[in-house]
Design a protein around this ligand. Structure first.
Ligand SMILES: NC(=O)c1ccc[n+]([C@@H]2O[C@H](COP(=O)([O-])OP(=O)(O)OC[C@H]3O[C@@H](n4cnc5c(N)ncnc54)[C@H](OP(=O)(O)O)[C@@H]3O)[C@@H](O)[C@H]2O)c1
Length: 327
C-alpha cells in the first residue's frame, strides 16, 4: 500500500509518499480503507526524530483516521464490511489502510463526512480524558484552557461546556479568540499582550480556576499554580514551553492542595484506550449527531500536499484540525 514516509528525520521536505507492506489483520481487528486522517503536533515531532512511536506501533505517521471497513477479523462482532468508522491509532494513519482493534473504532454519525470524522478521535479523546478522567471536572467549576484554538483546545472548550463547567476561560493568540467564543468560551485572554495570571484573577474575583488544561509546561508553570483555586487540578498535556523550571515558588501547591497530573494518550495500553473510547462514545456520539458537539476543521489537504500541511501547523496558523485526504 501507499503511505507517507520519512526520508531522513528533519524538515517537511523529508516527507514523501512511498510503498510499505499493508498491516496484518488480527482476529479481533478490522481493516479500514482510510479516506481521511488528521495532523497532530506529535506528527511534526516524530518527523523530526524527537518522538519515536511506542513499541509495536507503526512507524508511519498518523494518530487517527476515518474510513470504510474493508475486512473483518474472525472474532469481530461489531462491524461489517462497508461500515463507516473513525478511531485513534498508535501510528500508521497517513496510509491507504490501517488495522484497528474493533473496540477502538467508533461509528461515524450519519450525515457526517469522513473529513469531519477524521478530526474527532485524537483531540476529543485527549480532551475528554483530561477533563473527565484526570481533572474530574465538576458542574459549575471554572476552567482555564491554554492554546484554546488548538485541536485539543477547541475540543476541550466544547466538552467542558457539555459537562456543565461554569466559566470557561481560554488563552490564545488574538486572531483566534472569536472561534473560541463561538465554541462556548466565556472569556478569552491574549497571552501575548496580557498577563494571564492577572486576567484569571480578575475574571474569577481573585478565587482562581478549579482546572487548567496546560500545554506550555515550564513557561506557564508559575502563573498556572498561582491561577488555581484551592483543590485545583492542572493537567499537563504537552511541553511546548519547555521542561526546565527555574526559580519557581511552589508554595501554592501545598497551601492550595493543588494536584498536577501529566499524561500522554498515545502510550496508554489498548485496554485503557478501549475503555476511554467506550466512555467517550457514550458521552459524545449523540451530541455529534445532534450538532451540539462538532469537529473543528481548519483546512483540508490532499496527502500529496502533506508537506504544506505540516508547514501550516508548524507556523501555528491553524484553528482546529488540519485534515489530510488519502487517495
Ligand atoms: N498528552 C496528550 O495525550 C496529547 C494528546 C494530543 C495532543 N497533545 C499535545 O497538545 C498540544 C496541542 O496539540 P494540537 O494538535 O491540538 O495542536 P495544534 O492544533 O497544532 O495547536 C497548537 C497551538 O498552540 C499554540 N502554541 C504553540 N506554541 C505555543 C507557545 N510557545 N506558546 C503559546 N501557545 C503556543 C498555538 O496557538 P496560538 O496561536 O493561540 O498560540 C498553536 O496553534 C501539542 O503539543 C500536542 O503534542 C498531547
Amino acid at each position: 500500500m501507499k503511505a507517507v514516509l520519512i526520508q531522513d528525520f528533519g524538515d517537511v521536505d523529508q516527507l514523501y509518499i512511498g510503498e510499505v507492506d499493508a498491516p496484518e489483520l488480527i482476529q479481533n481487528s478490522i481493516r479500514v480503507k482510510v479516506v481521511a486522517t488528521a495532523l497532530n503536533r506529535a506528527d511534526t515531532l516524530q518527523r523530526k526524530g524527537f518522538y519515536p512511536p511506542p513499541p509495536g506501533a507503526s512507524p508511519v505517521l498518523g494518530l487517527e483516521m476515518a474510513g470504510e471497513v474493508i475486512e473483518v477479523g474472525e472474532k469481530v462482532t461489531k462491524w461489517n464490511k462497508g461500515d463507516r468508522v473513525c478511531g485513534l491509532l498508535a501510528g500508521g494513519g497517513y496510509a491507504e489502510q490501517v488495522v484497528i482493534h474493533e473496540d477502538v473504532a467508533m461509528s461515524i454519525p450519519e450525515g457526517m463526512s469522513y473529513t469531519d470524522a477524521a478530526g474527532i478521535p485524537e483531540v476529543f479523546l485527549t480532551a475528554f480524558q483530561a477533563l473527565s478522567y484526570l481533572a474530574k471536572l465538576q458542574p459549575a467549576e471554572q476552567i482555564l484552557i491554554h492554546a484554546g484554538a488548538s485541536g485539543v483546545g477547541t475540543a476541550a472548550i466544547q466538552l467542558a461546556k457539555a459537562m456543565g463547567a461554569g466559566k470557561v476561560i481560554v488563552s490564545a493568540s488574538k486572531g483566534k479568540h472569536q472561534i473560541c467564543k463561538d465554541l462556548g468560551a466565556d472569556d478569552t485572554i491574549d497571552y501575548a499582550s496580557q498577563n494571564f495570571q492577572e486576567e484569571v484573577a480578575k475574571l474569577t474575583d481573585g478565587v482562581g480556576v478549579d482546572v487548567i488544561i496546560d500545554f506550555l509546561a515550564a513557561a506557564y508553570f508559575q502563573k498556572n499554580i498561582n491561577s488555581l483555586n484551592f483543590d485545583g487540578r492542572m493537567i499537563m498535556l504537552a511541553l511546548m514551553g519547555g521542561m526546565q523550571l527555574d526559580n519557581v515558588n511552589i508554595g501554592n501547591i501545598l497551601r492550595k492542595r493543588i494536584r498536577i497530573i501529566g499524561s500522554t494518550l498515545r502510550a496508554r495500553t489498548i485496554d485503557y484506550k478501549i475503555g476511554l473510547t467506550k466512555d467517550f462514545s457514550n458521552f459524545a456520539m449523540h451530541r455529534f449527531a445532534d450538532g451540539s458537539l462538532k469537529p473543528v476543521i481548519d483546512s483540508i489537504y490532499n496527502w500529496n500536499n502533506v508537506q504544506e500541511a505540516h508547514s501550516h501547523m508548524e507556523a501555528n496558523k491553524n484553528k482546529g484540525k488540519i485534515i489530510l485526504t488519502i487517495d
